[in-house]
Design a protein. Structure first.
Length: 283
């Protein structure tokens, strides 16, 4: 049993039921502290490999027991926060000061047995070699040969050969952040590596004149007199005419929302429409 495992048990008694090792608790320790007739030093027995000893202190007047010291895997006893006992160790022998008029003490023994089978070892390997493992992963690994060195080597080679799932590519395919300050090289519109947005209007268009012209079942939207997109007439409510763009949100949906009003009337009632995609029938 590793020190880490025993330390986990020492810090959280309830953790024992969640660990993969067999755990046995008892009130009997290797060497229980002899009860002195009056105040004095009380000797503490040593723990062994795979054994955790905990010193429990209970007020003489009654109350909940508190863990005040521990020893595990044969190590010297040590105090445990928040109320550590003053433990003294010399040459492997440990003791603490006991005043029976104030407190009563008991030593609890927790013995941990190694896990049975190969499931724990397999989970340990997969947890170290990946970002996490599932029961399906464990079953697949065992089906492929389990702990056989050749099977483990084949699994490792497959992990190395697998295409990485990089967050950078995922993020770049879905975001196009607006930068307040340029960094790195600037791209021309037609350069390899240049990036484009799919929506017709952006925040820089606030205050610009918007024109709406219907032809058949298509509406052409213009900005400063230049056509920026064509939309199905049924999907864009504003009637033909001249408007002013009062605000653009680029943070939701395809391109967020666009707020428009009559020319020079953004201080009054505004109409909110979806920011349409850039699309032309002739494209």
């Amino acid at each position: 049993m590793t020190q880490t495992a025993l330390l986990a048990l020492a810090l959280c008694a309830s953790c024992a039921t969640a660990l993969p090792w067999g755990v046995t608790k008892s009130a009997a320790a290797d060497a229980l502290c002899a009860v002195p007739a009056d105040a004095g030093e009380c000797a503490l027995g040593a723990s062994g490999q795979g054994v955790l000893l905990r010193l429990l202190r209970t007020p003489a007047a009654g109350g909940a027991a508190v863990v005040v010291a521990r020893s595990y895997d044969g190590h010297d006893w040590e105090g445990v926060n928040p109320e550590p006992a003053a433990v003294t160790c010399a040459g492997g022998a440990c003791s603490f000061a006991w005043d029976p008029a104030v407190y009563s003490y008991a030593v609890e023994r927790v013995e941990v047995s190694p896990p049975s089978g190969t499931a724990h070892a397999t989970a340990h390997l997969l947890s170290q070699g990946t970002f996490g493992t599932t029961r399906a992963d464990l079953a697949a690994f065992d089906a492929a040969g389990g702990e056989d060195p050749a099977a483990a080597g084949a699994w490792f080679d497959a992990q190395v050969a697998a295409a990485p799932t990089l967050i950078r590519g995922y993020l770049r395919a879905r975001t196009n952040p607006r930068m307040g300050r340029m960094s790195g090289d600037a791209y021309e519109p037609c350069d390899v590596g240049s990036r484009w947005h799919a929506f017709a209007f952006n925040r820089n268009d606030k205050g610009k004149p918007l024109g709406v012209v219907t032809s058949g079942d298509v509406k052409t939207l213009t900005l400063d007199g230049d056509a920026v997109t064509e939309v199905p007439a049924a999907e864009f409510a504003p009637v033909d005419g001249a408007y002013e763009i009062c605000g653009v949100s680029e943070r939701s949906g395809l391109g967020g929302n666009v707020k428009i009003a009559g020319v020079g009337a953004c201080g009054g009632a505004q109409t909110t429409v979806a920011n349409p995609a850039i699309a032309f029938a002739s494209a």
